[in-house]
Design a protein around this ligand. Sequence first.
Ligand code: MRU
Length: 366
Amino acid sequence: MKINGKAYRTIWVNEDQWSVTVIDQTKLPHEFETLRIASADDAARAIKDMIVRGAPLIGATAAYGLCMALREDASDAALEAAYAMLAETRPTAINLKWALDAMVDAVKPLPARERVAAAYARAAKICDDDVEICRRIGVQGVGLIRAIADKKSGGVVNVLTHCNAGWLACVDWGTALAPIYMAHDEGIKIHVWVDETRPRNQGASLTAFELGRHGVAHTIIPDNAGGHLMQHGQVDMCIVGTDRTTARGDVANKIGTYLKALAAHDNGVPFYVALPYTTIDWTLDDGVAEIPIEQRSAREVTHMTGRTDKGAIETIEISAPGSGAANYGFDVTPARLVTGLITERGVTPATREGLLSLYPEHKNAG
Ligand code: MRU
């Protein structure tokens, strides 16, 4: 993805060959700032404070956090302590655990003196693989958009998305947005309805930023507007990301996704979820009962940060002082409301059989 003509990933190793830099997503869209991460503690803070966010990027950042912990102390005890600290930063996205497990698998069998180099190599591979996986999700998903464009004889395809499952949530490309970027690059006329995604506004601030930089036509809508647009035939399809997908195809994604899926179901609008295999939790079935849902600070609901007309970035209180607020970060959309899962291996129904047809190596999982 290019910012002001320069190609960026969302995370990269610095010239010193050991620290990493990330884009500070809490500053977007008004300021493009980067932040150096130089310890496992820095990585944990960046994930917790949502300087980096989005399931795949959380995993990649944690992987480098583990590298930095090993650089200071490559013992088993240090590895376990860093794993535990990074794993508890955010509870819902399973990519975090996946990435940390992949790191441990790569370094644990090695003697301490070989662990640091092996860790950095594994973290780099996690990032490179994520880019390629997201590119493939794009290739798999663009066919769905093309089919609608053909049906509309080249008319504009209107896609609704929730939260940010784009380049900023991954290392490059994105999951839900990858097919959209590919459709745009192919010359398909596409327009994206961007749910603002309260309370942190990842849609209004991040998805809109990304789409705008890439030249994709889009309109930010309040989270409550999608149902109305669907009733009036203004949404051809929904594509969202996911932070954890169960073996039977239930998907946890940013709070509010479930309501969009209900509205899509009621209006016969196809509802697709895009995901890399690293987001599948083969140990779980019933997402509503089993996926842990992150609860965040009430202040994210009662306050908002933005740019004033005078150009200052300020945080203001938007609710009645003294009132409490609940802040559930995610909800679960049952598989029956999902038209299909767009993965790097193909598009499949949101069922156990569908997922196993793409990932037969997990036949005995559970
Ligand atoms: O709380 P966030 O911003 O990390 O939540 C992110 C989302 O819900 C995304 O839609 C999801 O991670 C998919 S990212 C490819």
